[in-house]
Write a protein that binds this ligand. Structure first.
Ligand code: DQA
Length: 226
């Protein structure tokens, strides 16, 4: 397993693993959005790229496009953990707290696949104390606690960066980003405060969240601020 997240990982987000060669120059990993792909398990089985894969199978209720049941969604993700190239999975914190992901987490750990527990707020940015609480909760179950919020003001972005700094200083591995235009710069800056994962599409037309930079731009910005 090569995705330990002990240093910053730039993930190229895509629904098409054929993008991997184009991502290789700038990315450390591929975030494969299984929910956006036609036959994700077949694509993973055929994968022969160099970059390790963080597999995400995002629920519709968390901003994704998985069309089936939650049970099938998590089962499909569990099947992905057996495939070569899959080094990490993203599991929604809400699924974990509901109790539906226990088997998946156990399977991932048995197979030495890293776990990212994620939470998203597409409406706004909760108060700083709540950001800290969510990240702390997610960190109990995962190798990385990830939180994406929607920033409506620069005060929101500061709250997110401050929470990122606090958790990192405490020794926790977190990944944070503010979605939306106001939040874009956090994608470049959050790694300075300890954020361990950044996401960017190879093709800017295929962004997987509002306010993302294209891969080459984010690689350049993060590299310069390092
Ligand atoms: O959860 C995340 C973070 C993200 O939403 C972002 O804001 O960059 C992009 C998604 O592809 C990924 O699964």
């Amino acid at each position: 397993m090569s995705l330990r997240f002990d240093s910053f990982v730039l993930a190229a987000s895509t629904a098409d693993l054929a993008d991997e060669p184009a991502a290789r120059d700038h990315a450390d990993a591929i975030e494969f959005r299984m929910d956006l792909a036609d036959d994700p398990l077949a694509a993973l089985e055929a994968y022969d790229g160099d970059l390790p894969i963080l597999a995400t199978n995002r629920a519709a209720w968390e901003g994704g496009e998985w069309a089936g049941t939650d049970e099938d969604r998590l089962e499909t993700l569990a099947e992905a953990t057996a495939l070569a190239g899959v080094d990490a999975i993203d599991v929604e914190l809400a699924s974990i707290l509901e109790g539906g992901a226990e088997g998946l987490l156990e399977t991932a750990r048995d197979r030495d696949v890293s776990i990212v527990a994620s939470a998203h707020d597409f409406e706004g940015t909760p108060p700083r104390t709540e950001l800290v609480r969510t990240l702390t909760e997610a960190g109990k179950y995962a190798d990385v606690a990830k939180l994406a919020v929607t920033a409506e003001s620069t005060a929101d972005t500061l709250a997110l960066l401050s929470a990122t700094e606090q958790l990192t200083a405490h020794g926790d591995a977190v990944a944070t980003m503010a979605m939306g235009e106001v939040g874009s710069h956090t994608r470049a800056v959050a790694p300075v405060y300890g954020s361990k994962i950044g996401y960017a599409p190879v093709d800017p037309a295929e962004a997987t969240a509002p306010g993302q930079y294209d891969l080459e731009t984010l690689a350049e910005l993060v590299g310069r601020l390092e």
